[in-house]
Design a protein around this ligand. Structure first.
Ligand SMILES: *[C@@H]1O[C@H](CO)[C@@H](O)[C@H](O)[C@H]1NC(C)=O
Ligand SMILES: *[C@@H]1O[C@H](CO)[C@@H](O)[C@H](O)[C@H]1NC(C)=O
Length: 436
């Protein structure tokens, strides 16, 4: 034999390799779709442009979409052309990692599902090479699955929620997904500041992953056992089995249910979402109507359709404001309460990067308000107001503090947001600001 292999050997080797691949993987239903061509004509959420892929199951379809030019996401949308209502985006693969024109979405012969940029760089994949995958399918629930020749699910999108939980989808703190994260904004679908975490006993909501603004252990409206929770929709029936209303609810195996909303129509096509503003909402799609088929049927923070007051949502007044009866009634300032507008922002402080050198920090007081901090963060008491203030001044992350004058209780705040008006005038908030 010669030192270097004869060309014939090379050829036969590659034929051998090819035939072994094709014999063991012959049944893989491969595909490749390229992100190019005309955009679709219908209105979709976030004002997105999109290119539909021929993969779906009514009312779900896969698509490439973009909210800024050239930055595309592989996603699942929900809706039908029949009702001429907006299509909503309920899942995406490559969150925060956009691909460009001519990106490819492929089910490879080895069973891996891959999203690659035009330069062939892999941006996202399911990591399912050589696991027996033979095909991809979208189930009627909107679950995208990869299955093997025995119809077992090898990978499913339901294990990788973004900001949305579809009906039939579960959170499971033990072994399944336990977290939803809001979008940053309508145009930016990457990870926002609000998260929902399912823990033993229930749901917690966080700002920046560490500041709780809802906690089941304090306010048990969404408490459960340790078992997984499933989002489900069931008709309410009377003795004649005629449905008057549908319940959209969380169900825990053997532990009953928590009803979120009960629309008086067929609400089977619903989903739960941690919205851009941090509210936990249910959107319900009712296809038989001719237009406006979507209804927001639940919002955790809402006087009308929720379980907690609307003013308790930290972002109710956008970045800053005083809220009463779901209305933003004032913008606090060092010179007192001013009229509120969307431009109301909390004052500048030195912060941990020590802005405003040469200026001193002071506090102004707002009477008869509180926010989520006194409900969901451990306070201190009894302490004097001066001590509470000193602690806030020493802490570069502290932007103000809540103080209950009768009880002498103190809470340092790293985030103020919306302040709810309360009858108790001894509940006050001191806001840190830079004095000239
Ligand atoms: C995408 O590929 C096509 C050829 O299929 C090419 O004409 C076009 O210029 C490419 N677009 C971009 C933005 O690379
Ligand atoms: C309710 O809506 C779902 C989804 O469109 C449909 O499959 C189901 O048949 C409807 N149920 C009734 C009782 O009409």
């Amino acid at each position: 034999m010669s030192q270097s292999p004869h060309p014939f050997h090379l050829i036969s080797l590659s034929i051998l390799l090819l035939s072994s691949i094709s014999s063991s993987q012959a049944k893989v239903d491969t595909f490749t779709y390229v992100n190019q061509g005309e955009f679709g004509p219908y209105v979709t959420e976030y004002g997105a442009d999109y290119r539909i892929l021929p993969i779906g199951n009514v009312p779900f379809e896969m698509a490439f979409y973009n909210t800024t030019p050239g930055a595309f996401y592989l996603a699942l949308r929900m809706g039908t052309t029949r009702s001429e209502s907006v299509f909503r985006w309920v899942w995406e693969a490559n969150r925060g990692r956009p691909v460009g024109e001519n990106a490819t979405f492929s089910l490879l012969p080895d069973g891996n599902l891959v999203l690659a940029d035009a330069d062939r760089r892999n941006v996202w994949s399911t990591g399912t090479a050589n696991k027996g995958v033979v095909g991809l399918m979208v189930l009627p629930t909107g679950n995208i699955i990869l299955y093997d020749s025995k119809d077992r699910t090898i990978w499913q999108s339901f294990d990788h929620p973004t900001d949305t939980l579809l009906v039939g989808q579960s959170l499971d703190y033990n072994k399944g997904p336990k977290k939803l994260v809001s979008r940053r904004s309508a145009t930016d679908g990457s990870y926002g500041i609000y998260s929902l975490v399912f823990q033993p006993g229930g749901i917690k909501l966080f700002i920046n992953d560490y500041i709780p603004y809802y906690d089941f252990s304090v306010n048990g409206v969404l408490s459960f056992s340790g078992n997984p929770i499933l989002l489900e929709v069931e008709p309410e029936t009377d003795e004649d089995a005629f449905a008057y209303a549908y319940e959209v609810r969380f169900a825990t195996a053997g532990q009953g249910t928590t009803i979120l909303t009960r629309p008086k129509y067929n609400a089977t096509l619903s989903f739960l979402r941690l919205d851009i503003d941090g509210n936990l909402v249910v959107y319900t799609y009712y296809d038989p109507v001719d237009y406006r088929a979507w209804e927001k049927t639940f919002a955790l923070f809402s006087d009308q359709i929720g379980l907690l007051p609307g003013c308790a949502l930290p972002s109710k007044c956008s970045k800053f404001g005083v809220c009463q009866d779901e209305m933003c009634i004032a913008c606090p300032s060092p010179v007192g309460l001013l009229g509120w507008s969307n431009g109301c922002v909390p004052p500048q402080v030195k912060g941990c990067d020590n802005k405003g050198k040469g200026q001193t920090e002071d506090y102004y007081k707002i009477v008869g308000v509180e926010n989520f901090v006194s409900t969901y963060t451990k306070g201190e008491g009894k302490v004097k107001m001066e001590e509470c203030r000193r602690k806030c001044t020493m802490d570069c992350k502290c932007v103000g503090f809540l103080y209950w004058e009768k009880e002498s209780k103190c809470w340092l705040a790293n985030f103020l947001g919306t302040l709810s008006k309360v009858d108790e005038s001894s509940h006050v908030v001191y806001v840190k600001y830079l004095k000239n």
